[in-house]
Design a protein around this ligand. Structure first.
Ligand code: ZN
Length: 277
């Protein structure tokens, strides 16, 4: 086990950014891995639980629907600010965007600072009622995304619906309860959100100002109005930050939160009760 822990970071260092190396690595692994784990292996060995500090409050910044225009801006920004963030990505977007697979790989390999998570393959083709009324097909859609993007952990966010499945209990509306139960039975965690940074439908530009949103975070945490007290999941979308002035707004929001010494940024694999191992 110790040898494996040493070997994995070394391999990552040698191969970082090299697609050819990754492909060669995959080929070399095959003879020794007759039953490859479809969710990947390197992150599982690296994963460590967080010991929560009772004097802190945990912020889970999450970006949905990428890879899209705006994703690389978000990646650059959270890296520059040295905060952790989770990216719930869509398999079809990764397949259709010319640099989509590269962006997905970049996020996957940036763990533990960035986390790649599953936001379905088709995004329900934005026909939510039809999608959720066919739970078996919907489950397959998530499994396809998991496989096609090599999502490291079994962590899903449902398109267009804030449902939760963790700690052995489920919180879901009547519409999405069937697929949430199926995913839970298959060992997946489903992560919703406590607060959304809304966007204007026509322009995808942020609705709330950075100051307003930071105040909303403070209020929800202070009054224990989150799914889990002292833990707050924020939903945003990559495409909201395409314009420089909106990217500035995201930077301002992160800066405001960082000014509160109680706040700790984490990725959603460290949300309480999430099953990893
Ligand atoms: Zn979405």
């Amino acid at each position: 086990m110790k040898l494996l822990k040493l070997w994995v970071p070394l391999l990552a260092l040698v191969c970082i950014g090299s697609v050819a190396c990754k492909e060669a690595q995959g080929r070399e692994d095959k003879p020794d891995s007759p039953t490859p784990d479809p969710v990947g292996s390197f992150n599982k060995f690296d994963w460590q639980p967080v010991i929560y500090d009772s004097t802190k409050q945990y912020i889970y910044l999450s970006f949905d629907d990428g890879p899209q225009h705006g994703t690389t801006t978000c990646i650059d920004l959270v890296r520059k600010e040295h905060v952790k963030a989770s990216f719930f990505m869509v398999g079809l977007h990764a397949a259709q965007k010319p640099d989509g697979k590269k962006i997905v790989s970049m996020i996957r390999e940036s763990y533990p600072e960035l986390l790649l998570a599953n936001h379905s393959y088709t995004h329900a083709r934005d026909k939510y009622m039809f999608f959720y009324h066919h739970p078996l097909e919907a489950e397959q859609d998530f499994l396809q995304a998991q496989d096609s993007m090599k999502v490291p952990f079994k962590i899903i966010r449902l398109p267009g619906n804030s449902a939760w499945a963790e700690r052995g209990h489920i919180k879901a509306t009547h519409l999405v309860a069937p697929v949430t139960h199926l995913l839970d039975s298959a060992g997946y965690n489903v992560i919703g959100w406590d607060l959304e940074w809304s966007f204007q439908k026509k322009t995808s530009r942020p609705v709330q100002s950075a100051t307003r949103l930071a105040a909303e975070v403070d209020t929800l945490l202070a009054h224990h109005k989150t799914h889990t007290p002292n833990h707050l999941v924020i939903l945003t979308h990559d495409r909201m930050f395409q314009r420089p002035e909106d990217a500035d707004s995201l930077a301002r929001f992160i800066t405001l939160l960082k000014q509160n010494p109680k706040y700790v940024f984490e990725t959603v694999d460290h949300y309480p009760g999430v099953k990893i191992k």
